[in-house]
Write a new protein. Structure first.
Length: 119
């Protein structure tokens, strides 16, 4: 249902753009998010965005550096990551949850894409 792409290896200070394509016909019914899991750390919700794309959420660790956006016509959600730091190294997952539900149990997960930031 969710297909993520765009990870890779980048030097500190660089940029990457992650994309996630959804196959559901009811894409607008879902709040979309990006999570990440770094080795030895808990999974973290990095950013999320409401159905219309007008209300983003960012974790404090990425505010001012990451930008989440969505295109409902294309059924895509993206994460532009700038000024990357080594501590951003993680596997990144896109996720979807129906409007009104909690992020404790997303309805769909993407397969994960590795982001590695070298110092």
């Amino acid at each position: 249902q969710l297909q993520a792409s765009g990870g890779g290896l980048v030097q500190a200070g660089g940029s990457l753009r992650l994309s996630c394509a959804a196959s559901t016909r009811t894409f607008r019914s879902y709040i979309m998010a990006w999570f990440r899991r770094a080795p030895g750390k808990e999974r973290e919700r990095v950013a999320s965005i409401n159905w219309s794309g007008t209300i983003p959420y960012y974790a404090d660790s990425v505010k001012g550096r990451f930008t989440i956006s969505r295109d409902n016509a294309e059924k895509m959600v993206s994460l532009q990551m700038n000024s990357l730091k080594p501590e951003d190294t993680a596997v990144y997952f896109c996720a979807a949850v129906l409007i009104g539900k909690s992020w404790t149990s997303p309805d769909y997960w993407g397969q994960g894409t590795q982001v590695t930031v070298s110092s």
